[in-house]
Design a protein around this ligand. Structure first.
Ligand SMILES: *[C@@H]1O[C@H](CO)[C@@H](O)[C@H](O)[C@H]1NC(C)=O
Ligand SMILES: *[C@@H]1O[C@H](CO)[C@@H](O)[C@H](O)[C@H]1NC(C)=O
Ligand SMILES: *[C@@H]1O[C@H](CO)[C@@H](O)[C@H](O)[C@H]1NC(C)=O
Ligand SMILES: *[C@@H]1O[C@H](CO)[C@@H](O)[C@H](O)[C@H]1NC(C)=O
Ligand SMILES: *[C@@H]1O[C@H](CO)[C@@H](O)[C@H](O)[C@H]1NC(C)=O
Ligand SMILES: *[C@@H]1O[C@H](CO)[C@@H](O)[C@H](O)[C@H]1NC(C)=O
Ligand SMILES: *[C@@H]1O[C@H](CO)[C@@H](O)[C@H](O)[C@H]1NC(C)=O
Length: 459
């Protein structure tokens, strides 16, 4: 008996040696961590990075022949992890007060929020880049230099062949500084600094596109489906479950409170890497409903919901192709390529319209308030597309002769241009890509799309 008891105690300690560490690791990641939409952590999209944040897998790049060499890379990158906006911090404070004063539940996690958790967000943090966001970009810079060593090299950086363009928002400028610091620290460059250009015409086109602002950005009817979804049984059920878990009347938890509760879980995780007690307000099914509400909003505000959403990115579309064209031209005429790498740093609102214009993540059915269940497999999933530091990479390869190819990658994973899937793998001929997008290349004029005609302006 004694030996048995002793053995089981011993077993407990030994197994704990192996398992407790692992268990603790896992439990620091919220079970709902992959449903945070545009507030998600990059590591949840590429889980191998949890073990080694500098890991790259070069075998994912599979050019059709060994003589293929990358000659140009355009990287369009979202800023890194940031603080909530002042508006959301105010709402977080209100929800915290509600939980503090009105919640009657007895669960230990609820007591933890009430007695131990501190409301440490202050309004002056307003959307600024956090330290984790600095690291997001430093680490991404190092990984990209490992993935494309001939392009992102010290020689090319010093030679002025790597160009940086950013949105003027401080979180983007700081992300740009962080990306550059990732490279200069990697190569131990201390004797000089590298410039970047601020260009909101390019990186914040959405606030200069009058038609977009009038029809969508400033028009609450444009996201009517989101408002309708908030009234649907799926969403009401989530609100009721949160109210039940807190022990407050149902009327106190609207979609707004549910959303802010999810933000609290998401921000504590993204910024501090903790699985906070706020996450206990949701089970996985609840988080999926919340994610759908976010996907719906992005779909109607930045995605396929309205044609002008993607058309507002025409200026960025042409900018990208003019860089690719120039690199192709220079290579053909045996000149040195003047811009080997372009790093452009902006917002989810910058990249989503461009992905939409290019036709990525298009579902056969429109996302609406009533098709939550039938759209369970929808491909327009912002959690997978747009975590912090999300990035669209376009890599131009020279494979000898006239054989130029273009490889798109999203978040460091190869993707295929929709409609070009019958080409070799994910690396179609550049001329086929241009042919595929010829209508956009010959049109998609920002001025024409975005400016209201005289006739409609009068109305
Ligand atoms: C790298 O990618 C290849 C191709 O996708 C895959 O087969 C392989 O398992 C990956 N290796 C690692 C270490 O992740
Ligand atoms: C919440 O609690 C506060 C403080 O006890 C009280 O003044 C307030 O009326 C309560 N609110 C609701 C909606 O019950
Ligand atoms: C971002 O930049 C501003 C201004 O240059 C600076 O004050 C701030 O500390 C920076 N934040 C981070 C996280 O680097
Ligand atoms: C910003 O980019 C656009 C598009 O490439 C270009 O026409 C414009 O000159 C740039 N503006 C500045 C200030 O560099
Ligand atoms: C606002 O959006 C609705 C729905 O898309 C549309 O019918 C209406 O014309 C828009 N209003 C303006 C001013 O564009
Ligand atoms: C959008 O609305 C804001 C205030 O709601 C207003 O200041 C701004 O001028 C509007 N912009 C356009 C382009 O309609
Ligand atoms: C252009 O392509 C050729 C192969 O056709 C390659 O050898 C050369 O290095 C490229 N030129 C430049 C400037 O990168």
């Amino acid at each position: 008996m004694l030996t048995l008891a002793f053995r089981s105690i011993l077993y407990y300690f030994v197994s704990c040696l192996f398992n407790c560490v692992v268990t603790q690791d896992d439990s620091s990641i919220p079970m709902i961590g992959k449903y945070f939409s545009t507030k998600g952590r990059y590591e949840e999209v590429n889980p191998y990075l949890r073990d080694d944040i500098l890991a790259v897998n070069r075998s994912i790049l599979q050019p059709p022949s060994p003589q293929c060499r990358p000659i140009h890379l355009t990287a369009i990158i979202r800023h890194g992890t940031r603080y909530p906006t002042a508006k959301n911090i105010k709402k977080m404070q209100q929800l915290y007060n509600l939980v503090l004063h009105n919640a009657t539940g007895k669960q230990s996690w609820l007591r933890e929020i009430q007695t131990e958790w501190k409301m440490w967000y202050t309004e002056d943090m307003d959307g600024r880049l956090v330290q984790k966001g600095v690291k997001d970009h430093k680490h991404l810079a190092v990984r990209l230099s490992k993935l494309f060593p001939s392009l992102i090299s010290e020689e090319k950086l010093r030679g002025g062949l790597i160009k940086f363009i950013t949105s003027s928002k401080h979180r983007c400028v700081n992300s740009t500084l962080s990306f550059k610091a990732g490279l200069t620290e990697l190569w131990d460059i201390t004797d000089r600094e590298f410039e970047h250009a601020v260009n909101d015409t390019l990186m914040r086109f959405f606030e200069r596109c009058t038609r977009f602002l009038q029809e969508v950005g400033n028009n609450s009817s444009a996201v009517h489906e989101v408002d309708k979804f908030k009234q649907r049984p799926e969403m009401r059920r989530v609100q009721q479950k949160i109210a039940d878990r807190l022990g407050v009347p149902y009327s106190l938890i609207t979609h707004d409170e549910a959303e802010v509760a999810l933000y609290l879980c998401a921000y504590e995780f993204a910024i501090k890497a903790v699985n906070s007690p706020w996450c206990q307000l949701f089970d996985e099914a609840d988080a999926q409903v919340m994610e759908y509400a976010s996907d719906l909003r992005e779909f109607w505000k930045r995605g396929y919901g309205h044609d002008i959403n993607s058309k507002s990115s025409c200026i960025l579309f042409h900018d990208v192709f003019s860089r690719l064209d120039r690199a192709a031209r220079e290579n053909k005429s045996d000149q040195q390529i003047t811009e080997a790498v372009t790093v452009q740093i902006g917002h989810a609102d910058t990249i989503l319209p461009l992905l939409t214009l290019l036709g990525f993540f298009s579902d056969s059915d429109t996302l609406t308030s009533t098709n939550y269940l039938t759209q369970a497999q929808h491909s327009f999933r912002t959690s997978l597309m747009m975590p912090y530091a999300a990035n669209l990479l376009l890599v131009l390869y020279d494979c000898g002769g006239d054989d130029l190819r273009l490889q798109p990658l999203l978040n460091e994973k190869p993707v295929t241009f929709p409609g070009l899937t019958d080409q070799q793998g994910s690396m179609p001929l550049y001329r086929d890509v241009r042919e595929h997008y010829k209508d956009l290349l010959n049109g998609c004029d920002f001025e024409a799309e975005c400016h209201l005609s005289k006739k409609s302006a009068k109305i």
